[in-house]
Design a protein around this ligand. Structure first.
Ligand SMILES: NC(=O)c1ccc[n+]([C@@H]2O[C@H](COP(=O)([O-])OP(=O)(O)OC[C@H]3O[C@@H](n4cnc5c(N)ncnc54)[C@H](O)[C@@H]3O)[C@@H](O)[C@H]2O)c1
Ligand SMILES: O=c1ccn([C@@H]2O[C@H](COP(=O)(O)OP(=O)(O)O[C@H]3O[C@H](CO)[C@H](O)[C@H](O)[C@H]3O)[C@@H](O)[C@H]2O)c(=O)[nH]1
Length: 336
């Protein structure tokens, strides 16, 4: 399949691009390189050619049309391009609306205009907001607690309606906490301006960040008092994207042709669990200090990923805490 991948030079997108390339599909990346990197993409080698990169912005409809015209036709689109820092969405909502809502709408319209009718969309557990119950299944109410989650839910709703009103068929994948790096060590992506726990911990371990890891609260209603999250490896996310593409290619139905599925492990790890594993794996001290909770952080967030398992037989294979941390550490550890 020939696949357009907006945001494919970023953290998760580059793992999906690699998985597509590995199985012989032809991904073409469309990326502004705001946070993505050319170096995340496969180079030409004895195993195959490099992945083309079309430098463009999803806010620019003409650039999208140009990419479809120059690089198409495409069998499908896998759409990662977005602003993702939930905290920033509360102080700069317009940037999130423009990239996540307007950009995604431009992309859907450009795809339809080019006759491309299959799309996989990066959604998030943030569409659920404060959990009313765990594990969170897809029937859990969607009440995002930040504008970022709203922008993703708005696109999901557009995709749902367009599944009825247009020939578009789509799958929204609601990732829980993405973590880890390619187990083969081919993508050594360091998160720019990291705020997520695992990259922050590894930056402290590598001496790239001043001060201790700040543990946001230790009086939550969890076994050790720190926040519990469902960390899922990017290579497992990549496998699910391949399954979603195959599902869209196989399913001839057009009525109500939209699906939203969770991607998580069904299990959770606390901040203390992550710190303990990181100290053991890196052999570094990794100082930490407990500070007040971050506003809006729930105690426990973890998925039910039964629906993805039932539909695709999908199961995480690389999402053990040690593999999540050791594969990420490859990008931070200084050479021996
Ligand atoms: N990382 C997570 O834990 C997580 C969890 C849930 C959902 N998501 C979603 O997954 C997707 C990928 O996230 P990621 O962690 O790989 O982030 P990332 O920032 O590494 O990747 C985003 C990519 O999109 C590109 N991009 C940004 N704005 C663009 C624009 N206007 N036009 C074209 N390209 C643009 C960036 O350069 C980058 O390559 C996002 O949609 C994000 O919302 C991520
Ligand atoms: O420096 C830090 C960073 C995080 N944490 C804690 O570590 C856990 C994980 O925090 P992250 O910031 O890594 O991730 P979140 O669960 O807050 O959110 C992430 O996953 C969500 C989906 O579950 C959304 O997609 C969101 O955009 C994305 O950043 C939380 O308990 C948080 O309080 C700390 O103690 N110290």
């Amino acid at each position: 399949m020939r696949i357009l991948v907006p945001g494919g030079a970023g953290y998760i997108g580059s793992h999906v691009v690699r998985a597509l390339h590995d199985r012989g599909d032809t991904p073409v990346v469309f990326d502004s390189l705001k946070s993505g990197r050319r170096t995340n993409l496969p180079e030409a080698s004895s195993r195959g050619g490099s992945v083309p990169l079309f430098h463009g912005d999803v806010r620019d409809r003409a650039a999208l049309d140009a990419a479809f015209a120059a690089e198409g036709p495409f069998d499908a689109v896998v759409h990662f391009a977005a602003e993702k820092a939930a905290g920033a969405s509360m102080t700069d909502p317009q940037r999130f609306t423009e990239t996540n809502v307007v950009g995604s709408t431009n992309l859907v319209h450009a795809a339809l205009a080019a006759g491309c009718h299959r799309l996989v969309f990066s959604s998030t557990a943030a569409v659920y907001g404060e959990p009313r119950r765990v594990p969170i299944d897809e029937r859990h109410p969607t009440e995002p607690a930040n504008w970022y989650g709203h922008t993703k839910l708005a696109v999901e709703r557009l995709l749902g309606w367009y599944g009825r009103l247009t020939p578009l068929k789509s799958v929204a994948l609601r990732y829980f906490n993405a973590a880890g790096l390619d187990p083969a060590g081919r993508i050594l992506h360091q998160e720019p301006a990291a705020t997520n726990l695992i990259p922050v911990v590894l930056e402290v371990a590598a001496g790239l960040r001043d001060g201790p890891v700040r543990v946001f609260g230790d009086a939550y209603d969890t076994p050790d008092g720190t926040g519990v999250r469902d960390y899922v490896h990017v290579s497992d996310l990549a496998t699910a994207h391949l399954a979603a593409l195959d599902d869209l290619a196989a399913d001839a139905s057009t009525a109500g042709a939209h699906l939203a599925l969770n991607l998580g492990t069904g299990d959770g790890h606390s901040v203390h669990d992550v710190l303990a594993a990181a100290r053991r794996i890196t052999g570094r001290e990794i100082p930490s200090v407990v500070v007040p909770p971050r506003p809006g952080d729930p105690a426990r967030v973890y998925a039910s990923a039964e629906a993805a398992r039932e539909r695709w037989g999908w199961a995480p294979r690389h999402s053990g805490l040690d593999e999540l941390i050791s594969t990420s550490w490859a990008a931070y550890a200084p050479p021996a």
